[in-house]
Design a protein around this ligand. Structure first.
Ligand code: NAI
Length: 249
């Protein structure tokens, strides 16, 4: 049964974003589901409604300032506010060491993974400030805390998301707005399936890097999202929470 909280999730048409939208709805929030993939995003919103929740899909490319402004405005127009936001949209980008990385490939990853989070944060914070409360979760990665030699742009973008999270958390802690980051290990989603398609033999070694002995599920990340969005985590801000099966140990 929906309560009065309003949540917004970017990249919610698949993977971690979809699982987060479903979990926030199951926890009672009304959810603005956003993605560039309209069919998938509409499907997530339908799944929420079929389960008895309240959701609306809004098409938005997080790299486009006008899309992000319209996305947050639609949340306010539809549901009257914004209590939590999950800045999740991201891509893995080309796999190559930095010496072989094209500027175009670099720019695409930085635009989506970093500038997209910046644009969303800015609009979300503006509306949360007017109410004096809010919780924002940025989806970074274990590669926001350590290096990946074949993903220079991804690694740089996710380190930057961790830094941006701390900057925003410090700036708005006294205004009732909390900003945290989640750093997932390898989670079985379309993103990881694409990586495994390029290197089919890599699965065993990837699994072996997680002491728990398996890849994570989108639902395990979503559970952390729900907690960080809730008042249960009311004294937690500027934190980077690894959900990684021990990858960073
Ligand atoms: P996914 O590829 O399954 O889903 C990503 C979603 O983002 C897709 O629905 C896609 O359409 C959307 N998207 C892509 N570009 C967009 C844009 N410009 N504007 C709006 N939406 C856009 O990916 P997954 O695995 O669910 O990843 C979600 C987040 O979690 C990403 O930020 C990723 O970097 C991060 N992450 C994922 C890990 C994993 O192992 N799957 C590990 C660590 C972090």
């Amino acid at each position: 049964m929906p309560d009065n909280r309003v949540a917004l999730v970017t990249g919610a048409g698949a993977g971690i974003g979809r699982a987060s939208a479903l979990a926030l709805a199951a926890d009672g929030a009304r959810v603005v589901v956003s993605d560039i993939a309209s069919g998938n995003g509409e499907e997530t919103a339908s799944m929420i409604r079929e389960a008895g929740g309240d959701a609306r899909f809004v098409h938005a490319d997080v790299t486009r300032e006008s899309d992000v402004v319209a996305l947050v405005a639609t949340a306010i127009d539809t549901y009257g506010g914004l209590d939590c936001a999950v800045n999740n949209a991201g891509i893995e980008g080309t796999l190559a060491p930095v010496g072989n990385y094209s500027l175009a490939d670099w720019q695409q990853v930085i635009d989506i993974n970093l500038t997209g989070v910046f644009l969303c944060l800015r609009e979300e914070i503006a509306v949360m400030l007017s109410r004096g409360s809010g919780s924002i979760v940025n989806i970074a990665s274990v590669y926001g805390l350590r290096g990946s030699s074949r993903s220079p742009a991804y690694t740089a973008s996710k380190h930057a998301v961790v830094g941006l999270t701390k900057s925003a958390a410090g700036a708005y802690a006294t205004e009732g707005i909390r900003v945290n980051a989640i750093c997932p290990g390898f989670i079985r989603t379309a993103m990881v399936e694409r990586v495994l398609e390029l290197s089919p033999d890599a699965e065993e070694s990837i699994v072996a890097r997680h002491p728990i002995g398996r890849l994570g599920t989108p639902e395990e990340v979503a559970a952390a999202v729900v907690w960080l969005c809730s008042d249960e985590s009311g004294f937690v801000t500027g934190h980077t929470l690894a959900v990684d099966g021990g990858f960073l140990i």
